[in-house]
Design a binder for this molecule. Structure first.
Ligand code: CTP
Length: 398
């Protein structure tokens, strides 16, 4: 899945530059975000406007042009990239990179990035087979750069030989492979609970809460992306089920959620309870719809099982993560839950802050671990937070 991945595509000045349009277009169809950097020479072959229209992002050409209010072009794109691709790549850019020359936006961005770099050369076959170009390619390969070998075919100059840009399909396939390769949770079994529970009053009414399930679904998506075998147990939500789950178990009530969790927790290595499990349920569910009368209605409630506390007792060497949503005394209350439920860490959010908690796609949290360390995070998307939670879990895995 390359969805929401950031590809920075560098286009250099060769006749094959027009094929970059198809690369961008295919990546957009896969829902990747594409930022294009063009060298000055590339703009002689196609216009930045074309690439801007297809990528739906501003195209960077000038080293000294700012992309946003404060961003420094080559640094911000270098940091943003999940993958940096140069297609087509001329002998010139290959030579620069192999020799540490950083004199335009593309070469400086490549030099500044920690992301993998994929290079698809395209040039005249005599240039491509030139021993200096070949030595440069070798040097870059030995420094972790990825290459896509050009094809043999009819070149723009009329020659037939090696140097034709690999097909768009080959390039996009290689991009997809590289982007989906980081599988640091490969084979890890993760159980995630999400959403609210619904506690029935009668056949048509229930008690529930404002949880949208977004945090749990985002976590599940992030975990699948990193290769985990994810079981998602979800209360009733209006979200699309993430792709690639090992198992999806829909439930309604806290009792059903507990049963689903207990049925599978033995085989799990990591359990993350994002669900907003109802703490109380009506003592009796009326078999018939309750009719209104003038004397009001009293519903007697009883406690639901605390699933996480139960897991805390059975934990063994599993990693157990809980959530706490509070409106006051955030650290104190969340810290108590961490201890009472025997968690490895707890993700605490202050519901009084705008952009945090239920319903929204963002969150503002503090992570408290069992040694009492508190890490504070700024406003971020739930997907970003999901990645951070997985990073913290990774630190605990043996
Ligand atoms: N949880 C659970 N079973 C419950 C209630 C909560 O497993 N019956 C889990 C939630 O999934 C969450 C954590 O426990 O990970 C929240 O702790 P909890 O003490 O239940 O928080 P609140 O419900 O907010 O409790 P309180 O109303 O006391 O603040």
């Amino acid at each position: 899945m390359v969805q929401n991945k950031n590809v920075v595509l560098g286009i250099t000045g060769g006749i094959a530059a027009y094929k970059a349009c198809d690369i961008v277009s295919d990546l957009k169809k896969l829902n990747a975000n594409v930022d294009v950097i063009m060298t000055k020479a590339a703009t002689e072959f196609i216009t930045p406007l074309t690439l801007q229209s297809i990528s739906q992002n501003k195209v960077a050409v000038d080293m000294f042009q700012t992309l946003g209010n404060w961003e420094i072009g080559h640094i911000s794109l270098a940091k943003k990239a999940d993958l940096l691709v140069i297609a087509p790549a001329t002998a010139d850019i290959i030579g620069k990179l192999a020799n540490g020359i950083a004199d335009d936006l593309l070469s400086t961005t490549v030099m500044a990035t920690k992301a993998p770099v994929l290079i698809a050369p395209a040039m005249n076959s005599n240039m491509y087979t030139n021993s200096i170009v070949q030595a440069n390619i070798e040097k870059l390969k030995n420094n972790g750069f990825w290459f896509i070998t050009p094809e043999i075919g009819r070149l723009a100059c009329g020659d037939i030989g090696e140097g034709k840009l690999a097909s768009v399909e080959t390039i996009v396939n290689q991009i997809t492979k590289l982007l989906t390769r980081a599988k640091d949770f490969s084979g890890r079994k993760i159980l995630i609970t999400a959403g609210p529970t619904q506690e029935a009053i009668d056949p048509v009414r229930f008690i529930s809460n404002r949880s949208s399930g977004k945090m749990g679904y985002a976590l599940a998506e992030a975990a699948v992306e990193r290769g985990a075998d994810v079981t998602l147990i979800s209360g009733p939500v209006a979200l699309t089920r993430p792709n690639g789950l090992d198992s999806f178990i829909p439930v309604e009530s806290a009792i059903e959620m507990r049963q689903a969790v207990m049925d599978c927790f033995q085989e799990m290595e990591i359990i993350i309870m994002t669900a907003a499990v109802g703490d109380f349920k009506p003592k009796r569910k009326s078999a018939e719809k309750i009719k209104k009368n003038d004397s009001g209605l009293t519903i007697e409630l009883e406690k639901t099982p605390d699933i996480l506390a139960e897991l805390g007792k059975l934990k063994g060497d599993r990693i157990l993560v809980g959530f706490a949503a509070e409106t006051q005394n955030l650290l104190e209350y969340a810290g108590e839950k961490l201890v009472q439920k025997n968690l490895d860490f707890i993700v605490a959010n202050d519901l009084t802050q705008e952009g945090a908690g239920f319903g929204v796609s963002t969150n503002i949290v503090k992570i408290i671990d069992c040694s009492g360390n508190v890490e504070e995070f700024p406003l971020m998307s739930k997907l970003e937070l999901g990645k951070i939670i997985l990073d913290r879990i990774k630190g605990l895995l043996i």
